[in-house]
Design a protein around this ligand. Structure first.
Ligand SMILES: [Mg+2]
Length: 353
């Protein structure tokens, strides 16, 4: 097997900031990812992507360092369990790099089987006109958030990042421009006590158009604080930073009503599927989310949509230079209709010009 990887800088349509960026220089306009290509002696190939997040101490350099340690001779499209066990044994952590390899191995194996990934995984055909993703608004000034809300007119569900000193002004500006659209809120762990979180959630509930609140508090707070908040919250709570792997499912069932699974956090589609199934077995609602990502990662996640109640797979519509084409986003509705590639992730490099 040959393993090639390269850095690719995704260009954001708008400057991007979330609560955890505010103390660290205030966000970014370019988001480096790492694209991975596996090719075997039979000419079969698969592509993957790592979208490393500084929030978890990852970068394109940590991804490249991990990939340099991988012996491609130990990877095979014909032995996924053996290949993935080897990747896991290379070093601990490194979810984004492991995610890229997992996706590339699955893409190659599903292409070899001539099946779309969802069918290769036993999840049946992708359900068209069924999966609606939210569209995310990063933290900005109230005027810019209002402008972004108007620009996002095609999207019926908006996810608003909160956790700055201007939360109330930002919420007012977005609601005035949203025209009654459904709103979801993600505080990215910004509210540091259960009392502070409850106060904010009660305000959000009083507005009448907020559907749920994601990650109101830091994941490091005791489970008892989370259980206190869950018992009193007038809106459903979702854990994102709180839910890294399937093994966190039982704690999350005490803390929140649902979880947000991301392939980059769990280490790929294989473990993302396990994390969704573990959450459901604990009675949790499920959401699939993303980082800033190209259509490689977004398409990979879309193949797991059958295991979710909500989707937040908009990373590829927040950028202007997607190097791949794959699953389409039409006003938030995800669709593979008209996509030329029929098997694997159903992605191919975008023709330029
Ligand atoms: Mg989140």
């Amino acid at each position: 097997m040959q393993l090639q990887h390269c850095r690719f800088d995704l260009a954001l349509r708008h400057h991007w900031a979330i609560a955890t960026d505010l103390g660290r220089g205030g966000g970014k306009s370019v988001y480096p990812v790492v694209l991975v290509d596996l090719r075997d002696a039979h000419g079969r190939h698969g592509v993957g992507e790592a979208s490393p997040s500084s929030q978890y101490g990852e970068s394109h350099e940590t991804v490249a360092r991990f990939l340099a340690m991988v012996d491609p001779g130990r990877l095979s499209f014909d032995d996924l369990p053996g290949s993935l066990a080897y990747v896991e044994s290379v070093a601990a952590g490194n979810g984004p790099a492991k995610c890229a390899l997992d996706i590339a191995l699955l893409d190659g194996a599903a292409r070899a089987a001539n099946k779309p990934l969802c069918e290769f995984l036993g999840l049946g055909p992708f359900a068209e006109r069924h999966h609606l993703s939210s569209f995310t608004l990063g933290i900005d000034t109230p005027a810019k958030m209002a402008a972004k809300t108007i620009e996002a007119a095609p999207y019926p569900v908006l996810k608003l990042k909160l956790g700055s000193a201007s939360d109330r002004e930002n919420m007012d500006a977005v609601r005035a421009a949203a025209g009654g659209r459904r709103l979801r809120v993600d505080a990215n762990a910004a509210w540091t006590s259960k009392e502070d979180a409850l106060h904010n959630i009660e305000w959000l509930a009083s507005l009448g158009d907020v559907e749920f609140v994601e990650q109101p508090m830091p994941p490091s707070l005791p489970t008892s604080d989370w259980a206190w908040l869950k018992a009193r919250s007038p809106l459903p709570l979702f854990g994102d930073e709180l839910y890294q792997h399937a093994s966190d499912a039982s704690r999350c069932a005490e803390c929140v009503h649902g979880v947000n699974v991301k392939l980059v956090k769990t280490g790929g589609v294989t473990r993302g599927k396990q994390a969704l199934e573990a959450a459901r077995s604990q009675g949790l609602q499920t959401m699939l989310g993303c980082m800033i990502e190209s259509s490689v990662l977004i398409s990979a996640a879309a193949h797991l949509a059958a295991l979710t109640d909500h989707l937040d797979l908009d990373g590829n519509v927040l950028i202007t230079n997607d190097p791949y084409e794959g699953v389409r986003n039409r006003g938030g509705w995800l669709s593979f209709e008209g996509v030329a590639e029929a098997s694997g992730l159903r992605v191919r490099p975008r023709r330029v010009g």
